[in-house]
Design a protein around this ligand. Structure first.
Ligand code: PFF
Length: 437
């Protein structure tokens, strides 16, 4: 349940629909699903098995089970978590702001231009988006310092089914809007002419982001699992739940985009301009809207806590900081790194590099870093930990009929698949590293 709490968040409801929109819809959806099944599920199991086997945080786990330079994979994960959290708090801050905007009744329009301007006005104000991100960072740090993650998990166990129910209601509202059919076609009918190398990078990045995979977050959660837990089943249920919610979010946003005349390629602001139109077109929309953005904030909080926790456990284990000090240091630095992201979506182009806003660069960077972490994890578990990993994945249970197939997937198919998708970026990285040396 905790792993599902980490997985379900802004990645499902904010990122998935806009990335699907940018990448042409249906074909992207299929490639995304293939990434989840073929690369995601075996890797979720690998992270959980390593975490449970080593009972340590990522760097220590790779040191204990593989040695050599492998702890660097753990370090890479901590860096990645840090980058993700820097923009995650920004978008969670928007969610928080939209609770208030919706409640105050200032978003009751279905006009794309008016809603675009409302978002633009909010983001150009600088202080408000920064303040909201800071507030969310403080809440996340509070949970991590207070060690009240258990409390949060208990609350979210109650609230997440509610979010799910609300999603279903909203999907029904949206697919019955006049003009929704065009959006359904876009979402469900693959248009292969839209597929390029970038589509694959976006799909694998989105898959790993949504599953919290490739940076040691699931490894950390694995370290809390007992030997009886059936890892194949846990892995499948985390992947299934997370993917189900993302697909529903697509049904909620993309048909609405077409019904109201938004641009599916609006990027990170897509959910924030489209959803108010959905709420405005339903009875008691203000109440639905406020509850929805509130629940989304809670879902974002459980994910942000898991991101910060990875960084904090590392600082505690390896740098001997106290929990309190580790959390404060990590939160402050992370917020500072998040500032350019927070200011990059407005009218000013100070934080726009080569025509791409800073926040979008950070997303692109994680689309590369998470699969890279996943590829290295697969190689390490497949070849270095090897058959011991099967024993760890098995725990106290005997049944694990596909164990050998799983191991060979980690050895060959998973790293090869990720390598094939990342090859251009890896080449660019190699050239850059050589130039640096
Ligand atoms: N999976 C989260 C989401 O979909 O919002 C984001 C995330 C959380 C990514 C934790 C990575 C992570 F370690």
């Amino acid at each position: 349940m905790a792993a599902a709490g980490s997985a379900v968040g802004l990645g499902n409801i904010w990122k998935f629909p806009y990335v699907t929109g940018e990448n042409g819809g249906g074909a992207f959806l299929l490639i995304y699903l293939a990434c989840i099944l073929a690369l995601g599920v075996p890797l979720i199991m690998a992270e959980l098995a390593v975490g449970r086997g080593a009972r340590r945080s990522p760097v220590g786990a790779f040191r204990a089970l593989a040695g050599g330079a492998w702890p660097l994979v753990g370090m890479l994960g901590i860096f990645t978590g840090f980058i993700i959290l820097s923009f995650y708090i920004v978008v969670a801050g928007w969610t928080l702001a939209y609770v208030v905007f919706t409640a105050s009744g200032q978003l009751t329009s279905t006009d794309p231009q008016a809603l675009g301007q409302a978002f633009g006005g909010f983001i150009s104000g600088s202080y408000l988006p920064l303040g909201c991100a800071a507030l969310f960072m403080v809440a996340t740090a509070g949970v991590v310092i207070g060690g009240i993650s258990n409390g949060i998990e208990r609350v979210s166990k109650l609230l997440m089914p509610l979010l799910f129910a609300l999603l279903i209601v909203l999907v029904f509202r949206v697919i019955t809007l006049p003009g929704a059919a065009q959006g359904l076609n876009f979402y469900l009918l693959p248009d292969w002419s839209r597929v390029s190398a970038d589509t694959f990078t976006a799909a694998i990045g989105q898959a790993f982001f949504s599953l919290s995979l490739g940076m040691g977050a699931l490894l950390t959660y694995g370290s809390y699992l007992n030997e009886q837990q059936h890892l194949p089943r846990s892995s499948l249920s985390v992947a299934g739940l997370d993917t189900g919610i993302a697909i529903l979010a697509g049904f909620m946003i993309l048909p609405a985009v077409f019904a109201f005349g938004f641009n599916p390629e609006s990027g990170p602001k897509l959910a924030f301009i489209t959803l108010p139109a959905v709420f405005a077109s339903m009875p008691a929309g203000v109440i639905f809207g406020v509850i929805f953005f509130l629940l989304l904030t809670v879902a974002a909080l459980t994910s942000a806590v898991s991101l910060l926790e990875v960084v904090v456990t590392y600082l505690i284990d390896e740098w001997y900081l106290t929990r309190r000090r580790a959390t404060i240091v990590a939160a402050l630095v992370c917020f500072a790194v998040g500032i350019p992201s927070a200011l990059s979506q407005g009218a000013s182009d100070v934080f726009v590099i080569n025509g791409v806003p800073f926040l979008d660069w950070m997303v692109k960077l994680t689309d590369f870093l998470l699969p890279l972490g996943g590829m290295l994890t697969a190689l390490c578990v497949g070849w270095i930990i090897g058959p011991r990993a099967v024993a760890l994945a098995r725990g106290d249970r005997n049944g694990f009929p596909l164990a050998t197939a799983w191991l060979w997937m980690l050895r060959l198919a998973v790293p090869a698949g990720i390598f094939w998708i990342l090859k251009n970026d890896l080449l660019a990285l190699a050239v850059w590293l050589i130039a640096l040396l």
